[in-house]
Design a protein around this ligand. Structure first.
Ligand code: ADP
Ligand code: MG
Length: 322
């Protein structure tokens, strides 16, 4: 069996052109760009809590990095470096090959260097830390929203949660929808370019990891504002749209839309005066950006149906300790 050092050398040591010193010493050395602030975020993925242990390892490598990139996107930061702390039950080389490929394929696309980490035996746990840069004082924080702001969402919602319902057998999808939804669940696209483009445009931003209502709730709480959201305006993934249209699956589908996690789209607020700029950003990126409601100086989140009537909200975002 290969030693810990052989595993690190073979699977996790790659050139790090963006770092002064990468893997192999007691610490990596990084040179932040003058005038920029460092944005740092960590996300832990635990087998059988955040993913099934038999998940395709390439997809897992992608997702471990993608969820961290998504956090930096939500701050408007440019990702630059990552570290990886890995607990493995055994040195399964087929698994490591797939995992490291998935991770490095995505890292390369974003010019992120893996500069260090830790490797140990234990129950399968993937802990990634990402470091990026954002112009000093310009990060997109949760507490920056203003009353009267428009609320926007990128992409389409609900497919990842629907994919999970399919895996657990709660929702039966046809092959085409199942494939599309599992792809959204297992290989999400972090909206890094959108986050960068929103610096100086958006007032507040969050990535949707726990579901729209829960994550929007964080912006409202931190910015001390309320919101009105139009259910009919939400951008619904086509597969989810089909489930919403069928009486048997509508309730669960709506739960996926409002409270299903793992979409990794961005939800942000911006002045109505910036609407044209936001639309232009969406066009430039070829990414759907949808205005879903408005913030106000009151409290709470009101969801309205197409007649403007308030809808009782029972769907909560996923809380790991609930
Ligand atoms: P130390 O004993 O100083 O903690 P390690 O033996 O744990 O060092 O790690 C040796 C080198 O390999 C360090 O530079 C560390 O950052 C790096 N490293 C360890 N595991 C990983 C990993 N999974 N991915 C990337 N780098 C790693
Ligand atoms: Mg160590």
């Amino acid at each position: 069996m290969p030693s810990e050092f052989e595993l690190i050398a073979k699977y996790f040591t790659r050139p790090t052109p963006g770092a002064a010193l990468g893997v192999g010493d007691d610490a990596a050395l990084l040179r932040p760009t003058p005038g920029m602030e460092l944005a740092v975020s960590t996300d832990m993925l635990v087998a059988d809590r955040h993913f099934y242990a038999d998940t395709n390892p390439y997809r897992l490598g992608h997702k471990a990095l993608a969820v961290n990139l998504s956090d930096l996107a939500a701050m408007g930061a440019q990702p630059r470096w990552a570290t990886l702390a890995l607990a493995l039950p055994q040195a399964d080389e087929a698994w490591l090959t797939g995992f490291s490929r998935g991770l490095f394929d995505l890292a390369r696309r974003h010019n992120v260097d893996l500069v260090g980490g830790d490797t140990t035996r234990g129950p399968l746990t993937i802990n990634l830390t990402i470091l990026g840069e954002v112009e000093s004082g310009c990060a997109l924080r949760r507490d920056g929203a203003q009353g009267g702001d428009d609320l926007w969402v990128s992409g389409e919602l609900g497919a990842a949660a629907l994919g999970l319902q399919h895996l657990t057998g709660m929702m039966i999808l046809d092959d085409r929808d199942a494939t599309a939804c599992l792809e959204r669940l297992e290989t999400p696209t972090p909206r890094v370019a959108l986050g960068r483009a929103l610096v100086g445009v958006a007032h507040a931003c969050i990535d949707l990891s726990d579901g729209l209502l829960a994550d929007l709730g964080h912006i409202l709480e931190r910015s001390r504002l309320g919101a009105e959201v139009m259910l009919a305006s939400l951008p619904v993934h086509a597969a989810l749209g089909r489930c919403l249209a069928s009486e048997a699956s509508a309730a669960l589908a709506r739960h996926c839309l409002l409270a299903g996690g793992d979409d990794y789209e961005l939800c942000f607020s911006a002045s109505p005066n910036a609407a044209k700029r936001v639309e232009q950003i969406g066009k430039n990126l070829g990414l759907r950006l949808t205005r879903i409601g408005r913030l106000h100086t009151g409290k709470g989140l009101t969801l309205r149906d197409s007649q403007g009537q308030p809808i009782e909200i029972d769907a909560r975002g996923y809380d790991h300790f609930a």
